[in-house]
Write a protein that binds this ligand. Structure first.
Ligand SMILES: Nc1ncnc2c1ncn2[C@@H]1O[C@H](COP(=O)(O)OP(=O)(O)OP(=O)(O)O)[C@@H](O)[C@H]1O
Ligand SMILES: [Mg+2]
Length: 417
């Protein structure tokens, strides 16, 4: 039996005296499905158990029906259900071989040619509802090949922009700092770029860029509460091609938002931009899910520590569930004191290539708030960030110096509103 690349096979294991159902996912991620099978009601007892994976409790047997629920089955994953007829007397007897008696074995094995039924349950419309509870991190998997350029589809005519979420799960890994620098890198390379601050509760993008949000008539808060048009919440700084949409700082503003509108706002900006870079908040929450839902790609910004591993994996999983590609990991502060994981360990753990190694760098938090990529475009940090921009855009950076000196452009940009 096969559907959407998911195969369900059933056989009678004569040696073990039990029925085995194997579910093999050769297709897309399966958020939820049910396998139904039948057993003869006149057998003396019934016990069934899921042997591998799954979010328990997974299986039940009653009134001649086996119901096996599977959730969060990754592509390539195999799950197994076993059921057999065992009486409580046999179960209680430590010396028993836990096999059905001959009559039950004959009745059960006679059902082996009847195929189980596979039912997909993917009715959820809310992206959060599609996400299964977090699982224990998977064991290391095979590392995929580093992506060939371009890994992200280039913007098409009519400018339907590519949407990239920057996420981590864990707080403080450098998401905002990296998002700002990536947005500027893309803009410097000639792409119309929108930098969107989806951290509606703990926004700090604007302040990192030296932008005074208080003086703005509107921010993402006003847009998400229906008080302002999206274009009224745009601030321009650092590059003519960069539009910045900061979130507000007030608690009242945050409490008034309807975060379900986030997707519409992203869609609005993607119509006339080449790239939308979304700085997502920490956590495994609705803002992250809604940002991912509207995204083509997720870039993970991680530190080489355990928290990054565990939390990052959840966000990567969320992305896969929502059909968002993860072209790579940015390993930020890879040389931080007390780091616990190497690049190759991280690649193994995530099954995703590290596409940038950003060092511990004081330029990432300058007092004058000039983003590192502009303050020192030849630094290792800037080169790594440009490499990400090149990878996702499929375009090489023009190394020619800009027509006007950066200092001039910076002053112009800073005083533009
Ligand atoms: N490569 C780096 N070298 C040194 N400092 C860095 C580096 N990257 C980020 N930082 C600093 O680390 C701190 C956290 O960075 P940032 O605010 O960008 O993280 P975040 O993931 O967005 O945090 P949050 O989860 O709170 O939104 C900031 O002070 C930032 O300047
Ligand atoms: Mg942040």
């Amino acid at each position: 039996m096969e559907q959407s690349g998911v195969e369900v096979r059933k056989y009678w294991d004569a040696a073990g005296g039990r029925m085995v159902i194997i579910l093999r996912n050769g297709g897309q991620f399966v958020s939820q499905a049910t396998v139904e099978d039948a057993y003869p009601e006149d057998i003396s007892g019934m016990l069934c158990f899921a042997r591998s994976g799954g979010v328990a409790p997974a299986a039940s047997a009653s009134a001649g029906k086996i119901i096996w629920r599977v959730a969060g089955v990754k592509p390539g994953e195999v799950r197994e259900l076993v059921y057999t007829s065992l009486t409580s007397r046999v179960l209680r007897d430590p010396a028993s071989k836990k096999r059905p008696d001959d009559r039950d074995a004959a009745l059960l094995s006679g059902m082996s040619s009847l195929p189980p039924r596979l039912i997909f349950e993917d009715t959820a419309t809310d992206p959060i509802a599609k996400i299964p509870p977090p699982e224990v991190p998977s064991p290391p998997v095979e590392i995929p090949q580093a992506p060939e350029m371009p890994v992200v589809k280039p913007a098409v005519a009519g400018k339907s922009g590519t949407v990239i979420s920057v996420g981590a799960g864990k707080g403080g890994t450098g998401k905002t700092t990296f998002s700002i620098n990536l947005g500027i890198a893309l803009a410097e390379m000639g792409f119309d770029t929108v930098l969107l601050d989806a951290d509606t509760s703990m926004s700090n993008m604007a302040s990192y860029m030296g932008i005074d949000v208080q003086s703005m008539k509107a921010t993402l808060h006003e847009v998400l509460s229906g008080k302002a048009e999206p274009d009224k919440a745009v601030y321009r700084a650092f590059s003519d091609r960069l539009r910045i949409v900061p979130s507000g700082l007030s608690i009242a503003g945050f409490l008034g938002i309807d975060r379900n509108l986030l997707g519409d706002v992203i869609g609005h900006f993607s119509k006339d931009a080449d790239f939308i870079v979304i700085d997502t908040p920490a956590g495994y929450n609705k803002e992250v899910a809604l940002s991912l839902y509207a995204s083509d790609y997720l870039l993970l910004v991680l530190n080489p520590d355990e928290g990054s591993m565990i939390d990052g994996l959840k966000v990567q999983e969320m992305a896969r569930i929502l059909d968002v590609r993860v072209p790579g990991i940015v390993l930020n502060r890879y040389d931080m004191t007390g780091h616990q994981y190497s690049r190759s360990q991280i690649e193994q753990y995530f099954g995703t290539p590290v596409i940038a190694m950003v060092p511990e760098d004081g330029e990432m938090r300058r007092k004058d708030k000039v983003p590192a990529i502009l303050a020192n475009p030849c630094s290792k940090t800037a080169k790594e960030i440009y490499h990400v921009a090149e990878t996702i855009s499929g375009r090489k950076r023009d190394m020619q110096p800009a027509a006007r000196p950066f200092a001039t452009r910076l002053m112009e940009a800073l005083f533009k509103s």
